[in-house]
Ligand binder design. Sequence first.
Ligand code: H2U
Ligand code: ZN
Length: 355
Amino acid sequence: MNLERLLSTPHKRFNPLLREWVLVSPQRTQRPWQGKVERLPAPPSLTYDPNCYLCPGNKRAGGKQTPQYTGTYAFDNDFPALLPDVEPLQYEKDGLLVAQTDRGMCRVLCFSPRHDLTFPRMDAPELRGVVDAWAEQFSELAEIPWVRNVQIFENRGELMGASNPHPHCQIWANATLPNLPAREDESLLAYHSKKHSCLLCDYLQLEMRRNERVVCQNDAFAVVVPFWAVWPFETLVVSKHHIASLDQLSPAERGFLGDILRRITVRYDNLFETAFPYSMGFHQPPTNGQPHEAWHLHAHYFPPLLRSATVRKFMVGYELLASPQRDLTPEAAATRLLEAGEVHYLDRAPGDNQK
Ligand code: H2U
Ligand code: ZN
């Protein structure tokens, strides 16, 4: 059967990474909206903000001093969610009340000393510096014997809960596998043992052949709106080569990673001519010193905006009680992202409509 026949009718799509379904309701995109209208803050205009905890030379909330850094700057989170020295404790009552301590570390990585700079407007050396810092942080944390997962993630924008507009991400490393990396791990391993090939290699080949959801690509990475996307403009960044983690990237591939992330974030900003909010992050294999044949480096972007800079998708009723659901089809979202172009709207000359 042709996908066309599904595009105007309610249907379910399967997410092979999480092994769950998403409900797609394309007939519903025209529904009226009299609900919440978001007010996005104006992006910072100053290169240095004396009140920002992350600007060079300023005092942080915990009292420590941020140095006069010039490139990227990583530091231990002053308010960490995980602690490295916790007593190992287990609690269990009849298999119903189950708890245990988890050991971990949290870091913050500033992308740039410039308060007003965002990922889509960084130049190639600046982007390369961020990718190098990610790879370095991953390697350093993965080498700690008790660390099993290194989660690199960025919350961009107030709407996604970022506490500060200064360009930065967070890195949490802990001694157990969190829910979603654990589910991906199981799915990737199950696929690999059944088909003797890699789920994401096979998926990417399929997407490249069909060219229905590919947004952009370079020599080493491609960005697709996944067939099973939940968020309206969700994307998946997949390495073209079968590599498992950031530390395995060649120098050239590090450049290509910076390039592809800049290009997808330019497209995001161009969609509604706004600093497009999202949560993004990498998924990499468990850091247990084992080879991970089934694993394939990728990043997810989960942006909440739906039809304009002011109307967001809510994960509520049906999503909380039954299953994720979307109206806009992933194919329509990919077309919108393709049309958004790769010249950042703030960098266009006045009167220039070129994208
Ligand atoms: P988010 O913007 O994604 O919340 O990340 C900012 C992190 O920075 C947050 O986890 C930390 C917060 O705990 N932080 C410090 O460690 N020191 C500070 O002075 C301010 C913020
Ligand atoms: Zn700042």
